[in-house]
Design a protein around this ligand. Sequence first.
Ligand SMILES: *Cc1c(COP(=O)(O)O)cnc(C)c1O
Length: 414
Amino acid sequence: MEHFNRRNGTLFAQSYACSRLAEDFGTPLFVYSREALESAWQSFADALEKHPHLICYAVKANSNLAVLDVLARLGSGFDIVSGGELKRVLAAGGEPEKIVFSGVGKSRAELTEALEVGIRCFNIESEAELDRLAEIAEAMGVVAPISIRVNPDVDAQTHPYISTGLKENKFGISMEDAPAVYKKADGLDAIDVQGMDCHIGSQLTSINPYKDALQRLISLVDALAKEGIELSHLDVGGGQGICYEDETPLDIAEWAKCVIDAIGERKLEIIVEPGRYIAGPAGVLLTRVEYIKRNGDKNFAVVDAAMNDLIRPALYSAWQSIEPVEPGNAPEQEYDVVGPICESSDFLGKNRTLAIEQGDVLAVMSAGAYSFVMSSNYNTRARAAEVMVSGDDAYIVREREDVESLFASESLLP
Ligand SMILES: *Cc1c(COP(=O)(O)O)cnc(C)c1O
């Protein structure tokens, strides 16, 4: 069930040799495996099979229309964080009634559009957002379904930039303030209180932060029920961790059991918002070695992908495996794998032992999530192409940008 696997030393994406993909489509190139996306999604569906549930893929992890299409065909729901993502999901065939809308800064236009198409739920992050939504819904003569994002104040034990469940960050409403906001929402005619949500962080490889958060959420659910506010769903967010280096991915069956046990006899549908777990292992970034150089004691492999293509190493000091796609004869040496951008933080990996030479193609593994979506045009670099391997075929699902298009909407002074 390895979707990226080696045969006689050659890296394959399903039945395609990655070296052939690099030849056919050029580099840098993102390659996604349809089967990998499907099997990761299916692990949630299997684990939650016996409980009412909705899997809402977190679109921000990888929002390519083909990725959304593959998941929509499985019946997936979607977790969006912008009006742009709403348009993508609809364009890819996602159903509005399976969309939940997260994010701290929803604009009037975004709330209006989401009400117009009739999404499943607004995940409210502040009292001010509740007021704005109620006002817009009332003016439109509709009722807005909501959940309140509660901040359970648990330490997700992950990188500070991707930890979101602690009191001091911008997300959600504190446990102390949540009851008052629920009571207020319950009293508004244009608001239908349906659920509670949380998202405590990303790349969690331990079940314990989920257990702690669930315990707190459930006690709040019960306290609200005593006040006559009955919720119908519990949205436990995403954050399920994957393997980049030597981490053991979160066990989805164990995670599901923990959620189902915490809910017990309560009549709560489970919503889950996995992003990285579904898209991360389903992608690799292929890049070609432009130059090998040596400065002082250091060897550098200068490759044609850069921090504008994959910013995780520069942004979070993230470690991703870098492997030649074909076995080589060059001597093994330790390299910093760096891009062409004029920043010292432009690296994909440091101190990697590799047997490589100029012209070789390397694969940066686990690059399906938070990779292309975070890419930019810094240094006027055209963004990479994206390819989806499906069965025995490979499809281009985003053309490589051409440089002229990058400044086509700019103008000279008259
Ligand atoms: C980013 C995010 C997710 C997905 O997180 P992953 O770590 O990719 O699973 C889910 N829900 C919310 C609200 C998010 O912000």
